[in-house]
Design a protein around this ligand. Sequence first.
Ligand SMILES: *Cc1c(COP(=O)(O)O)cnc(C)c1O
Length: 379
Amino acid sequence: MQIKYFDNAATTRVKKEVLEEMLPYFNEKYGNPSSLYSIGRVSKKAIEESRKKVANLINCNPNEIYFTGCGSESDNTIIKGIANTYRKKGRHIITSQIEHPAVLHTCQALEKQGFEVTYLKVNKEGFINIEELRNSIRNDTILISIMFANNEIGSIQPIEMISKIARMYNIVFHTDAVQACGNIPIDVKRMGIDSLSLSGHKLYAPKGIGALYVRNGIEFEKFMDGGHQEKNKRAGTENVAGIVGLGKACELANIHLKEHMQHLKELRDYFILQVEEKIEGAVLNGGIENRLPGNANFAFPSVDGEALLLNLDAKGICASAGSACTSGSSAPSHVLSSIGLSDELARSSLRVTFGEDNTKEDVDYLVENLCEIVQKLRK
Ligand SMILES: *Cc1c(COP(=O)(O)O)cnc(C)c1O
């Protein structure tokens, strides 16, 4: 059976051009980038070329990019790094209730060490309230960490307004942009972003490679001790092939961003229209404005989400209930709870996230099966 993949927020397939660019760095150009001889220098050069490509995608200086092992590591590095560096100045952090566990659980870990964290609520469209952000700032606030775009409902936060407030109060502003990078335009300079996380496997590069942007001038304690790689901020011999893949993926994302967004948006809007027309009672979770172009998330009242997923899987369809990171736990999604869904509605929800490989015919296949399965499960 052919696989129809609609879970691009969980991970993406590595692009052919990305893989091809990476392959030589496994067994031909295998030098350690810290070595001084020629094949070491080849690896070093490849890393620096990739750094430029990543920097280009978000409009920062290449020396503001640090390669990491994943998006989660990037979030951990900066949040803990800022906390440790600024703990004398203050111990208060502001984030939101709908962050990815990489931010949420990092903040919870810091609470155990004596930090205080404000978790901003979101409205039913999944957006924080700017006034509430302003009101929660204290003299001892050292960090604001608000995700660029949500992985479950796709809500894109008012990043420029957040950064303006952070600047006004001289507070570091970090954003987890793992879902946003490669899917919508990002310009850290224009948007006033101090720090940003991104991850390879969410933008058609491999799993196990991430990057962290930190604006020059912002001090943060390193997270990993050891060798002096990545300006002495991230020890460990670099994942050269992964870095090369990430660089290539960022370069391609940059070139094709407009068409990519248009393609995803067309599929998503077509899907939403079909579902609303054909499936009684289906409600879109989150709003339609300021939503990631490839994200749709529906609640189907009186349908068990897990049964829905299993039935879709039997048809070769990959989709998701909440996020991959929360599946396996029986608790309903914290994001869907935060936008006001009852546990029951949250458990009847389905996330569909489109990617570059998807076609309109794929959506037809998905909708057709979805209609049948929902009907069957409701009986
Ligand atoms: C996937 C994801 C992460 C984690 O990235 P990994 O590379 O899988 O560690 C962090 N934040 C968001 C919003 C994500 O979607």
